[in-house]
Design a protein around this ligand. Structure first.
Ligand code: ARG
Length: 438
């Protein structure tokens, strides 16, 4: 079946269509709509039920539409219904299905709605779903980091600034530092998920309709927290909500980039602190000796996908109020951002779980000079000003003796530091954002 054989929704006797132009306008839109299809079907059900509540549809017609929408969803998941270039987009495909299954009753589904609010509501449902997944994964990453922080709290390692050895630090501080970053990301993702939890369904093309739609009832049925009230605001928020969702995601992928940078550095032969689990490594096609941490590196580069998608999306949004077809081009970057990076994110807890540290090598790397700040602070405790103590230590760095790194990190009791990691506080924050699994 060609697209020509299926009525394009807006086709009129007077419409002139050109195949090449049509192809250009459609682009890969219908293929992108695959990611939104189940949400579009769900919203169509809520819309049909809403129409029945205000007497626009008979209950029998609404029931028939919902039953056929259920069947479409089942056929879609079973791979029996194909969303492809035969249709202009996913919205047209739904209406085409309903008309071919129910005849003229199917032609009633589009009462009081437009593809403009249809796509907007589907995108919001999609983003809520994906941000929930991001939240779960970020929470799982934070969970591993916190557990390992507790288990490996007392393992000394050099702390670096400028990639130069600085002070004795601990693996506990390293893990807890990443845990806190992911807890903050989780909070941001949850905020943004709640922020965009508003239903644009029933705002139609951007001006409402002359039917007293039960918008609130439809929003409740779809699990939205509230309505986008103004139809113009609904249209103008398209792209804007996606942008904020990508921002929240980029907070996570940015932190993954940094974490993975640490790991690839620590896994190098020069450091030799950590071994990356085999499942995340590959070999070389030419060098038989190689064991490359490709998994770490591709997790690191995911951030580029997200940041690139954000830039592309932002560039589309230079638009006046209301619906513009440009908005169609917001979909590809959003789907790209929430595509592969989510797969990578879901793998990260497993990678972290499998890390094996060389505790001895890390402790041995803590040389005498790293104790300089501790020695200066001890002189302060004995009455010297910090500046005088600093100079005294700086003037004779060679006199610094090797000390116990374990004692050094245990004595670092300023809140949050190696000797007082405050893991319970981080744990409480994590629990606040991530309800414990039952
Ligand atoms: N594919 C379109 C989009 O993503 C759907 C809305 C079409 N609306 C219209 N007035 N042509 O924006």
């Amino acid at each position: 079946m060609e697209r020509d054989d299926i009525n394009v929704l807006w086709q009129k006797a007077t419409t002139a269509t050109d195949e090449a132009v049509m192809d250009f306008l459609a682009g890969s839109d219908v293929v992108l709509d695959r990611a939104l299809f189940e949400f579009d079907i769900r919203a169509s059900r809520a819309h049909a039920e809403g129409l029945a509540r205000v007497g626009i549809l008979s209950q029998a017609d609404a029931d028939a539409l919902c039953e056929r929408l259920d069947a479409l969803e089942a056929a879609w998941h079973a791979g029996e219904f194909l969303l492809d270039e035969r249709f202009e987009d996913g919205h047209s495909a739904i209406e085409h299905w309903l008309v071919s299954e129910l005849g003229e009753v199917g032609g009633r589904i589009h009462t009081g709605r437009s593809r403009n609010d249809q796509v907007a509501v589907a995108v919001r449902l999609y983003l809520k779903d994906r941000l929930q997944r991001v939240a779960e994964s970020a929470g799982a990453v934070a969970r591993v980091c916190l557990d390992r922080a507790a288990q490996e709290a007392e393992r000394p390692m050099p702390g670096h600034t400028h990639l130069q050895q600085a002070m004795p630090s601990s693996l506990g501080l390293w893990w807890a530092g990443h845990a806190e970053a992911f807890i903050d990301d989780l909070a941001l993702v949850c905020h943004i998920r709640d922020w965009l939890d508003a239903s644009p369904l029933g705002t139609a093309s951007g001006f409402g309709v002359n039917i007293a739609l039960d918008r609130q009832g439809a929003a409740d049925a779809l699990g939205f927290d509230r309505l986008v009230i103004n139809p113009q605001a609904a249209q103008n928020s398209r792209g804007k909500v996606e942008l904020r969702a990508i921002d929240a995601l980029s907070s996570v992928t940015g932190d993954i980039r940094r974490l993975c940078w640490d790991l690839s550095l620590y896994a190098s032969q020069e450091f030799g602190y950590v071994t990356i689990p085999d499942a995340f490594c590959t070999g070389s096609s030419i060098m038989p000796n190689k064991h490359n941490p490709d998994g770490v590196e591709l997790l690191r580069s995911m951030h580029a996908t997200v940041v690139g998608a954000r830039a592309e999306l932002e560039a589309v949004l230079s638009l006046p109020s209301g619906y513009q077809r440009d908005l169609q081009d917001t979909k590809a970057p959003v789907l790209r951002a929430f595509g592969r990076p989510l797969d990578g994110l879901a793998l990260l807890p497993r990678l972290l779980d499998g890390l094996r540290w060389d505790f001895e090598r890390m402790a041995e790397a803590v040389g005498a000079s790293l104790h300089a700040t501790d020695v200066a602070n001890e002189a302060v405790r004995d009455g010297a000003t910090f500046r005088a103590a600093y100079r005294m230590v700086a003037d004779d760095l060679a006199a610094l003796e090797q000390r116990s790194a374990i004692d050094s990190i245990a004595a670092r009791t300023s809140p949050g530091a190696c000797g007082a990691l405050m893991l319970e506080t981080l744990e409480a924050r994590l629990r606040h954002w991530l309800p414990p699994a039952d």
